[in-house]
Design a protein around this ligand. Structure first.
Ligand code: HEC
Length: 233
């Protein structure tokens, strides 16, 4: 019986795109990012991702050109803010410039591709993860994470968000005030959500039209029915 409950939980989790509730008890409480999901938020996240994450992480299911098609960014902006100076072309996939053997040497493992990370781990997980780093002199990198203990990734956002120790005491304040920093992390999460489901902005734009059309046809069908049945009665 228990097995079925877990499977049902997982299926529900997959369908709703959220973390399966059955696993929620196993770690620290997850935080939820609150934001408006639109092109502006996603583009801001894309810029932050390109600057802070793409040195290590790829998102190989994504192409630079999708940012113009799906988000309405101009080609010039994509070149200026998103594309790495590695000679990648506009039609290329968004792969990291870091050679895999170097990644192995530096981190002991290659940083994973993040194309489907939101589906795999959930938005709340990524948001909480990025806000859970702390200084740990015992770790080779000098960093640790409450949500992902002994993680190999350093806290790359520390310049913005500041540095805390394990108990949350601030060792160095970040360049951004905390609400602004959380907003930046939220934008990165929004971008990763977009990457795992790029057609979503278009779907949201189309949604009201499709619903409007359905309502229109329902009304038309109603009057048509009335017209036909007039004779029969
Ligand atoms: C200096 C290289 C480096 C940078 C820059 C970096 N990461 Fe990482 N990241 C890693 C490594 C290495 C891991 C694997 C950690 C492990 O398994 O211990 C990782 C893991 C992750 C994971 C967990 C993946 C999983 O499968 O559980 C997420 C999410 C993530 N990174 C997001 C980001 C985001 C977002 C940024 C930019 C703000 C970023 N990373 C910048 C190296 C990096």
């Amino acid at each position: 019986m228990k097995k079925y409950v877990i499977w049902a939980g997982m299926t529900l989790g997959l369908l709703t795109g959220g973390a399966p509730a059955v696993f929620a008890d196993n770690g620290p409480q997850l935080l939820t990012p609150h934001y408006t999901y639109n092109a502006k938020t996603i583009i801001s996240g894309a810029r932050l991702f390109a600057t802070n994450c793409m040195a290590c992480h790829s998102i190989k299911f994504m192409r630079y050109e999708f940012l113009t098609n799906d988000l309405g960014m101009s080609k010039t902006d994509v070149h200026k803010y998103i594309m790495l100076p590695t000679g990648s072309a506009f039609k290329n996939n968004m792969t990291s410039a870091m050679p895999t053997d170097m990644a192995h040497k530096w981190f002991g493992l290659p940083p994973p591709d993040l194309s489907q990370i939101v589906r795999y781990k959930s938005q709340d997980w990524i948001y909480t993860y990025l806000l859970s780093f702390y200084r740990d002199p015992k770790r080779p990198s000098g960093w640790n994470n409450h949500l992902f203990p002994n993680v190999a990734m350093p806290d790359v956002l520390a310049p913005y968000g500041g540095i805390v120790n394990e108990r949350g005491q601030v060792l160095r304040a970040g360049d951004e005030p905390p609400p602004k920093f959380k907003e930046q992390v939220t934008d990165i999460v929004a971008f990763l959500r977009f990457v795992s489901d790029p057609s979503v902005v278009q779907r949201h734009d189309d949604g009201p039209w499709v619903l409007g059309l359905l309502v229109f046809f329902t009304i038309a069908a109603y009057f048509l029915k009335k017209e036909y049945w007039k004779e029969v009665k």
